[in-house]
Ligand binder design. Structure first.
Ligand SMILES: *Cc1c(COP(=O)(O)O)cnc(C)c1O
Length: 445
């Protein structure tokens, strides 16, 4: 602690903490966070040298909203899935399921029989229902964990055959081949960056082969003199075929005609399909493995499965995502362009009425987050000056726009419609901050 001399303007921490106006905040956030806010106001009071009218009032206004530093964001980027801002937003049904599961819950307990049961059977049933060609399903911590589990269980010290055209690097500078290699399996590369044929796979397969891994290049596309081997042909090889769809799409989606999905790839002959739960599936972070029941059983019984199992919160949110109403990501992907246009026009009008410099422009949404990299979703955005961007980000609610061409773009596609008034207020507050600092700079008020 500091060695400042006593200052009559600054209440002692223990006395401030005992103020009845802070009692509710102490119950909600805990003493450490409230003390942190007290120390911050003590420090600014000390530094300012001025009087404090309402010390506790200032502490209250400096308190964080939650006992977590994670800040909810209004995503005005027009990018549906971005790993940096938490990928898929959960549905309200999934949010309620999280709350329901937060206390004790029958996560692996049969209430009728009063004894232990398997974990995650309801989610497994939902997945198998949603993906008819899958005999069984297993959920692990994330897509990368699903790859690791598959490699340790199906190719221990053996070879995993991957096309050189599918040596994908996913977010956070992790490479799929390196993830596989980290398990002790040997990555056997076949073909070239742009072309791989069935004969390349055939020549590489032997007694050492654990499985062939097909990886959907989910975050890039290669054009020109290219060819890859489709799942139907890979399925004719005499070894298991594991296919990583990336996005977690369970069935075909007409909005994304080139995005592979679990049902189609399993029907085409893949033995296992792997995907993420928090991309196009629209659920919580998780890794989903679907397909052949013998192989899934092998994965489920492997000791590593225990180290990758998901908790009750993931199970609750994932089950609600699968059984409940379509998650927000679905609506954002399929939103009718005319509806989005009308909403954007209306929003633009509100800004104009408030004399905030804004221009409506055509602007495409993108799926992002390692899915449908080439797809552009036709839409609109509102262009406001770049100076707004940072003020909006650090405001409450925090608003993240897209910076493009030296402007800040506000795209409503991924903003829940009921948040439009809050977004409008956030932009108004930012405009006020900008006006005040411009006033200060020119010596006005
Ligand atoms: C996103 C992705 C992964 C990794 O999944 P996480 O859930 O982020 O671990 C693996 N493979 C592909 C093709 C992906 O797109």
């Amino acid at each position: 602690m500091s060695t400042r001399p006593a200052d009559s303007r600054i209440p002692r921490t223990d006395l401030a903490l005992a103020d009845p106006r802070l009692a509710a905040a102490r119950r909600r956030l805990g003493d450490r966070i409230v003390k942190g806010a007290i120390h911050a106001v003590q420090a600014t009071t000390w530094a300012s040298g001025g009087p404090v009218d309402d010390f506790v009032g200032e502490v209250l206004s400096g308190l964080p909203e939650y006992a977590t530093s994670l800040t909810p964001i209004l995503n005005a980027t027009g990018v549906l899935l971005h790993t940096n801002i938490g990928r898929a937003p959960l549905s309200a049904a999934a949010g309620e399921a999280l709350t329901a599961a937060m206390g004790y819950a029958d996560v692996e307990y049969d209430l009728l029989a009063g004894r232990r049961t398997g974990r995650g059977t309801a989610v497994r049933d939902e997945l198998v229902r949603a993906v008819p060609p899958a005999q069984d399903a297993l959920v692990v911590n994330n897509g990368a964990a699903a790859l690791v589990l598959t490699a340790v269980a199906l190719a221990p010290q053996r070879e995993v055959v991957i096309s050189r055209g599918e040596m994908v690097e996913i977010g956070g500078s992790f490479r799929i081949a390196e993830i596989i290699a980290s398990t002790g399996a040997h990555v056997r590369e076949v073909g070239s960056t742009n072309r791989t044929r069935l004969t390349d796979y055939r020549a590489a397969i032997g007694a050492d082969t654990g499985f062939v891994l097909k990886v959907h290049p989910s975050n890039f596309s290669v054009h020109g003199f290219v060819s890859e081997v489709p799942v139907t042909q890979l399925a004719t090889l005499p070894v298991p075929l594991v296919a990583d769809v990336g996005s977690g799409l369970l069935g075909p989606d007409p909005a994304l005609p080139h995005e592979p999905d679990a049902s189609t790839w399993l029907s085409a002959g893949a033995d296992l399909v792997i995907g993420s739960g928090d991309k196009l599936l629209g659920g919580p972070q998780s890794g989903i493995i679907l397909g052949n029941s013998e192989l899934i059983d092998k994965l489920r019984r492997h000791p590593m499965a225990r180290a990758m199992r998901v908790g009750k919160l993931t199970l609750a949110a994932l089950e609600a995502t699968l059984s409940g109403p379509p998650p927000p990501i679905h609506e954002m992907l399929h939103c009718v362009p005319e509806v989005l246009r009308g909403r954007t026009q209306e929003f633009h009008q509100r800004l104009v009425e408030r004399e905030i410099p804004a221009r409506m422009i055509p602007s495409s949404g993108v799926v992002g987050g390692g899915s449908a990299s080439a797809v552009r979703l036709p839409g609109w955005a509102i262009e406001i000056p770049l100076a707004f961007a940072k003020i909006l980000r650090i405001g409450r609610p925090s608003v993240v726009g897209r910076i493009e061409g030296g402007q800040c773009l506000i795209d409503l596609r991924c903003v829940p419609t009921n948040q439009d008034p809050h977004l409008l207020e956030a932009i108004q507050s930012a405009a006020n901050v900008i006006a005040a600092s411009a006033g200060a700079n020119t010596g006005e008020a």
